[in-house]
Design a binder for this molecule. Structure first.
Ligand code: SF4
Ligand code: SF4
Length: 446
């Protein structure tokens, strides 16, 4: 794909397509979007063995739980895998999980927590530091042991080979404080080690023979990246917990931008209104796309994406971002489901038609092409946190903390990353949109 012209008009054109991409039904269609028939909570109906841990985990798992009420509802529904970590609220998420754990049979739950490597991300300070961090996590969790302790967000091979982490884990396992060891990975970031993608980092981790569980991204968009990792996991009997199972994003940027301008008493300008109207037209057309498969809401596309992962026997448990009691009912209703042929076609067609709007989490193939060394995949992942997970503040903080230049540069760049993307992702527009979403200073977009 040739680099795109970089005038503002073309940028907005791409942006309007991006808006269309997965918010395909238009905002009015989202009202009361949870399908009625998915509201009865039948609880977990499927379990799988989490690799060499031997633990029988629920197919639906809790990603870092949002609050006690939601976590209790999930546990009461049969969810038995809980993911947490120090990074979520500087230990507050672990504290909240700890409060809830006391009321449940600990032996029936698999609690996974994660430790942050030292600044720089290539390892831990020392074995003692790993032991200290783990003991502190156990205190916060108010439990005698962790079922699994992971390296949080490994983005390079050095950290998965880190001698201090493995020595610390060996001792903690011998003491009965930790039962298994794992690693979570979204892929690498250009500004650290440009050559390593998700599969490279995790394949190195598998080669160490030290890890029992991987927490990895897998969805219908990045299946090729995950394929190699699954093969290694099967060979070594490594358990797999999945994150980012639904890459479907909801872009409402134009509407939001216009509303924001109007709210501030400013005129967004002709371009905005023109593209907003065009977006509405395209949204109308996109409704036909959904109707073809008998679906009426965006939520049903998300359900299909999650079922795609849930039904894969190589994906042992799927961590979902569940925020409300309504979410608990909705997502638990997906446990044990198989993808219908119409859903499989929907995902395939979605990928074909809207794949250019979805950066594959864990990939970094275009980052070498960027003259400014922008970490494209990382920034678009933060945008995923912002738009999909609604973790706006955290996503903006992560973006602000990134070293070096930001994606405002994309506005005046021909888009070398787009030419380099093997999936034809409209990276430049998405990067500029991410900057708009994630930046505290939104002036540069106007
Ligand atoms: S569009 Fe942005 S990320 Fe892509 S090459 Fe240009 S500056 Fe780099
Ligand atoms: S834009 Fe394309 S090449 Fe770049 S990280 Fe995303 S999927 Fe990979």
């Amino acid at each position: 794909m040739a680099p795109q012209s970089h005038n503002r008009r073309d940028f907005l054109k791409n942006l309007s397509l991006a808006v269309l991409g997965t918010s395909a039904l238009g905002s009015s269609s989202f009202a009361g979007a949870v399908p009625r028939n998915s509201l009865d909570n039948r609880g977990v109906v499927n379990h799988k063995i989490l690799g060499r841990t031997g633990f029988r985990v629920s197919d639906v798992a809790s990603g870092a739980p949002k609050n006690e009420t939601v976590l209790k509802a999930m546990l009461d529904s049969g969810v038995n895998f809980i993911d947490t970590g120090y990074a979520y609220g500087k230990g507050n998420n672990e504290r909240m999980v700890g409060k809830v754990l006391k009321d449940y049979d600990r032996s029936k739950l698999f609690v996974n927590t994660k430790l942050l490597p030292a600044e720089g991300g290539e390892g831990f300070k020392s074995k003692d530091d790993v032991i200290r961090q783990t003991r502190e996590a156990l205190d916060r969790l108010q439990t005698d042991y962790a079922d699994c302790v992971m390296i949080h967000g490994a983005d390079n091979s050095k950290v998965v080979e880190d001698a201090a982490f493995h020595a610390g884990m060996d001792q903690l396992k011998a003491e009965g404080l930790v039962r298994s060891t794992g690693v979570s990975c979204h892929g690498s970031a250009w500004y650290k080690l440009p050559d390593e993608s998700l599969d490279q980092v995790l394949l190195t981790a598998a080669d160490t023979d030290q890890f029992d569980v991987f927490l990895m991204t897998y969805n219908f968009y990045n299946a090729d990246l995950a394929e190699k990792v699954f093969k290694a996991c099967e060979k070594k009997n490594i358990g797999t917990a999945i994150m980012k199972s639904s890459p479907v994003q909801i872009y409402k940027l134009l509407e939001k931008a216009v509303a924001r301008y109007e709210e501030q008493g400013e005129d967004p300008g002709e371009d905005y209104y023109a593209y907003l109207n065009r977006y509405k037209e395209r949204a109308q057309k996109a409704r036909a796309f959904f109707k073809k498969y008998g679906y009426t809401t965006d939520e049903e596309l998300i359900n299909a994406a999650i079922i795609y992962v849930l039904q894969d026997p190589r994906a042992h448990t799927v961590c979902l971002d569940i925020r409300s009691l309504e979410d608990v009912k909705r997502y638990l209703a997906l446990s044990g489901r198989s993808l219908k042929s119409s859903q499989a076609r929907l995902l395939k067609d979605h990928q074909e038609h809207f794949g250019f709007l979805n950066c594959r989490i864990g990939c970094n193939a275009c980052e070498r092409a960027c003259p400014y060394h922008l970490p494209v995949n990382t920034i678009l992942r933060y945008n995923y946190y912002y738009q999909n997970k609604k973790d706006e503040k955290q996503a903006m903080k992560l973006y602000a903390d990134l070293p070096g230049k930001k994606a405002e540069l994309c506005m005046s760049c021909p888009g070398y990353c787009e030419s380099a993307c093997p999936y034809g992702v409209s990276a430049r527009s998405l990067m500029a949109m991410a900057h708009q979403n994630l930046s505290f200073d939104r002036e540069s977009f106007a």
